[in-house]
Design a protein around this ligand. Structure first.
Ligand code: ADP
Ligand code: MG
Length: 684
């Protein structure tokens, strides 16, 4: 049963299955392992006489009347029910849900969770509801109620029921952490964890389950890395000599001086590459710290020595941008190919895919820049000596392995670049198989960036300031709130914001929308026009988060700022920290609860991604709040940067397991979980 498609569950047909598929859920097993992203706390059950307006709570009692009627004034269907318990009566009111009057009937014992109001007498408005039979346990009310991602016509209730039904298959769930490890580290089993995370009764078992899930994912992550290291240690790489003349001249021709950190990192990389053992280096640097030029030097030197490099970017926009950046740094004589699904060019001139493949084989092209299209099987780069991956987390370990190993006996040197500010000690624990370079200083001469935290009502003033900047010839980004899967589509919300700006605050300017659902060609065309200055304002989702570089854009306005994590806000702000002109970042939250304020104020106060990462850890406290997860590390669903001890333990265990059982032959379930981890972290 557990590996059956979810249509095996009662109430899930092909149409619903399609919605589940959109959430990555195909089998019963997938469903059991797709956990709620938060819980609604409906644990307090109160007598009706004790209720006070404004509180969110649960009441339980019998229905003494129920009916639906059309409210002529409000122009909608109203369902009203009277509920009675031993202490009093209350009215339950639902809007737009006439079916409820058919579902519930007089005499039913019900449990209702929601907000208490006193506008129409004592009432509970649009409550969650369910009937209680034989005093059995409640599922949608009167407890911690799980809230899941939903898609299409999928309701929370439906999803909860599906999970409950899937629990019947729990006995078939195979444990993948070796039993000795479970015992030694006192971990919850997978079955216990699934129970506790979907339908938690109490905090303690929930925390134990979280700890197990974190450990499990860290263990598999470490196994992948330790395996990769073992593989690399046994492999050979091309020895690429560093040509000091070339390096000096290239640096001399740059429009700026390298920072000390850039210089150090470049030399470390080129020295690594002089060895016959493959380099495995992580280049970490805050947004705007200038990682690209470091990579360009290494790739240029590699080309100068007669070898080839591949540069993988996470998106087409970035691939296009990096190809032209490399060309600019390294000069027009160097042959650079751009290869993505939508673009095939050599030195900026359109070419066919076949022409590029041929030019790579015969060595005319020295550097190929692309997206994961570079992983295609028909791509052969005979003198490949260096692979550069920008924003490493977007690529799976497996993809790296594929690039590194499928080209014969020689393994290319590997440089991975990331803007995720992981403290060095932690990076060493997490990516112990890599050497690490950190760009810890920003290029000089950057203008200050001012971050302004707006009150919800202050957006008009901010937009007026933006209009002034636009009139002076600068450009701006407006970022749309992060969109939950259960809400309106990305495209709609971007469009709506654009219309609002066109009608009101930014009437006289050219505004363009940009979102992830657009075709790559369309996105690039828009970015191209924005870069050329034909567009004044880009209204976008977080597609602009990673790496986009348009120095003339000096203002960013982030709508719904409370919905973003600190790391993400910092990345977004980095988009306007690219020029020497004064840049401004407006944060416009739509609500401001306690921790939101602290978080956003940290953005105003601090400019360094490393600093913000630490504050993020502190604000989140020792663990995650009950039910909210935000790891800060994209390859993790559960673990976060604060899990130092677990990371170290997982590393120990991974080393120990692989030492005696390098191919996991004794642990087939762990091997299977490793496969799934690798597949999950593969680019889409
Ligand atoms: P990131 O580390 O975010 O990838 P980039 O490599 O895109 O940063 O660099 C950001 C901008 O800073 C680019 O326009 C680049 O040309 C410029 N830049 C890089 N290094 C320096 C430097 N040492 N001095 C001045 N500007 C620099
Ligand atoms: Mg970059």
């Amino acid at each position: 049963m557990i590996n059956h498609p979810i249509t095996a569950l009662p109430g899930i047909g092909p149409a619903q299955a399609k919605n589940y598929r959109k959430l990555g859920i195909e089998t019963v097993r997938d469903l059991l392992l797709a956990f709620p992203f938060r819980y609604e706390d409906y644990r307090t059950v109160r007598g009706i006489a004790d209720l006070s307006p404004g509180e969110t709570t649960t009441v339980q009692g019998s229905i003494t009347s129920i009916r639906s009627r059309r409210s002529p004034r409000a122009k909608m269907m109203l369902t009203e029910a009277t509920i009675e318990d031993a202490t009093g009566t209350i009215t339950a009111v639902w809007f737009h849900q006439p079916y409820i009057a058919k579902t519930l009937k007089v005499g039913d014992k019900v449990s209702l969770s929601g907000k208490i109001d006193d506008k129409f007498g004592l009432s509970i408005v649009n409550p969650q509801f369910e009937t209680i039979r034989d005093n059995g346990p409640t599922q949608h009310t009167g407890r911690l109620v799980p809230i899941y991602s939903v898609s299409g016509k999928m309701a929370q209730k439906g999803r909860r029921n599906a999970v409950k039904n899937a629990m019947m298959a729990l006995g078939e769930m195979k444990e993948w952490i070796p039993s000795g490890v479970i015992k030694d580290y006192d971990l919850a089993t997978i079955a216990e964890s699934i129970m506790a995370l979907h339908f938690p009764e109490e905090q303690a078992p929930w925390e134990r389950a979280m700890r197990r899930m974190k450990f499990a994912e860290l263990l598999v992550h470490q196994i992948a890395h330790v395996k990769a290291r073992k593989h690399i240690e046994k492999s050979d790489a091309h020895k690429v000599a560093m040509d000091l003349e070339f390096v000096k001249e290239t640096i001399f021709n740059l429009a700026f001086d390298l920072t000390g950190a850039q210089r150090k990192a470049s030399f470390a990389i080129m020295q690594d590459m002089e060895n016959g053992t493959p380099m495995h280096r992580l280049l970490e640097g805050d947004v705007g710290s200038g990682k690209t030029v470091v990579a360009a030097l290494a790739a240029g030197n590699t080309a100068f020595q007669g070898f080839q490099s591949a540069y993988m970017a996470p998106t087409e926009i970035l691939a296009v941008q990096q190809a032209s950046g490399l060309q600019e740094t390294l000069g027009p004589e160097l042959q650079i190919a751009l290869l993505t699904n939508s673009y095939q060019e050599i030195n900026g001139v359109a070419a066919t895919r076949k022409e590029i493949l041929d030019a790579l084989v015969d060595g005319r092209v020295s550097i190929v820049v692309g997206t994961h299209a570079l992983l295609s099987d028909d791509l052969a780069v005979p003198k490949l000596a260096l692979v550069i991956v920008d924003e490493q987390h977007r690529f799976g370990v497996e993809q790296r392995k594929k690039l590194m190993t499928s080209r014969g006996d020689i393994v290319p040197h590997f440089l991975s670049m990331t803007a995720t500010p992981i403290p060095r000690t932690l990076a060493m624990a997490l990516y112990g198989d890599m050497n690490i370079s950190i760009l810890d200083e920003l290029p000089p001469g950057r203008g200050e960036i001012e971050t302004v935290l707006l009150r919800p009502s202050q957006d008009k003033e901010a937009y007026a300031m933006i209009a002034e900047k636009l009139r002076a010839g600068f450009q701006a980004y407006v970022v749309c709130p992060f969109i939950d899967m259960s809400e309106v589509s990305e495209a709609d919300s971007v469009k709506e914001l654009k219309l609002k700006l066109e009608k009101n605050h930014l009437r006289q300017f050219c505004i363009q929308e940009l979102h992830g659902k657009m075709k790559a060609k369309e996105k690039d065309e828009i970015m191209g026009r924005f870069r050329k200055g034909e567009i004044d304002v880009l209204v976008a989702t977080t597609v602009i988060e990673v790496g986009v570089n348009v120095p003339n854009a000096t203002t960013i306005f982030i709508e719904g700022a409370e919905r973003f994590g600190l790391a993400q806000l910092h990345q977004l702000r980095g988009r306007v920290r690219r020029s020497s002109d004064r840049a401004t970042c407006f944060l416009h939250p739509t609500s401001m609860s306690g921790s939101t304020k602290e978080r956003l104020e940290a953005m105003v106060k601090y400019d360094s991604g490393f600093m913000l990462a630490e504050i993020d850890l502190k604000l989140r406290g020792s663990g995650d709040r009950f039910g909210t997860r935000q790891s800060g590390l994209p390859e993790f669903q559960f673990a976060s940067l604060s899990d130092h001890a677990l990371i170290a333990q997982a590393r120990e265990v991974a080393e120990k397991i692989l030492e005696s059982d390098p191919d996991l032959e004794l642990e087939p379930e762990l091997a299977a979980e490793l496969e799934r981890f690798l597949a999950r972290n593969a680019p889409e």
